[in-house]
Design a protein around this ligand. Sequence first.
Ligand code: SF4
Ligand code: SF4
Length: 372
Amino acid sequence: MSKVIIRKAEYNYNTLKPVIFEIMDSLGGNRIQTNSSVLIKPNLLAPATPEKAIVTHPLIIKAVVEYVLDKGARPRISDSPAMGSFDRVLRESGIKEALAGLDIEYKEFKDSVSVDIGKPFGKIDIAADAVNADFFVNLPKLKTHTQMLLTLGIKNLFGCIVGLSKPEWHLRTGVDREMFTTLLVKIYQAVNPSITILDGILSMQGQGPGKGGEPRELGVILGSQNAAALDIAVCKMLGIMPGKVLTNKIAGDHSLATDEITIDGNLPQIRDFSLPEITPLVFGPEKFHGFMRRHLVQRPSCNDSLCKLCGECRKYCPAEAITQSRKKIHFDYDKCIRCYCCIEVCPHGALRTYETLTGKITRKILKRLKTP
Ligand code: SF4
Ligand code: SF4
């Protein structure tokens, strides 16, 4: 049975620090080895001041950093912000200022390693520093999310997908919300954070997770070794059926959490938390989604002269996006989730990825816009 700790807290460093130290101690923080590297992954979605409740509060990060330094280890703060440069998020959120003078490394997720996360995705690229961390502290913010209902412990780890690969995955899996959620759960399994501590002191309700949301004071911090259990505990606190948050359902399907959780502390019963209206997983006006998926994400393509019509790709395709006529195979690019499994299984090397000219140009423009 997984344990979830809940404590009342406020952004007063004198009282907050002992709370974070106690949570870290009771969740196995003592396993942090001297000289080891400890990855700290807050929610650094976008440049925003702490009062906006968009990013994990600097004082929570500071307390975790001090705990790690007390253990003689090397703390590193990393993320791959969806909007704005990493440095700008650190400055505008007040993190750089709050942590001034502490021996800490800031390192944006940039390099990825290929990790086999199983069917239907196979090998995907995940931030190398997240996969290889000696000890990983996940620091999500409690926020609503117009695509996922809430963003909590598991969803925070989508930040371990580097840069432009994030919107690309939205496009690839956006045909199916369960598919996208399965991806999130598999990323959680791959990076396997040692401890998750959720900042619920100033949370966000309404149309989160960005500027459309509304800050809401809840005055709590939750911690667990099991991010899936922590997410379920948050739902219980907010009076939401845990299965309504798809990450909980899919985590349950993968036996990562059950409703049987030991709560250490008093879980308040909040019944007026405002939830968002759910929007599609793919950004931009809905009428462009098909176009965006068709043109902005590399698609599988067949060299008909090499294809032996063996049907292996069609049998394997998890989205049933391949059909076969007497002379060739055909792709339904609206159904295709771009998992590229067909390319891997083709025994005759007939399949390749193909990027349209529109895709190439858009990728270049987006890269330039993202460069600070
Ligand atoms: S067509 Fe290929 S890339 Fe598309 S979903 Fe099927 S197996 Fe995956
Ligand atoms: S697996 Fe390869 S050879 Fe077989 S039908 Fe598909 S593309 Fe053709």
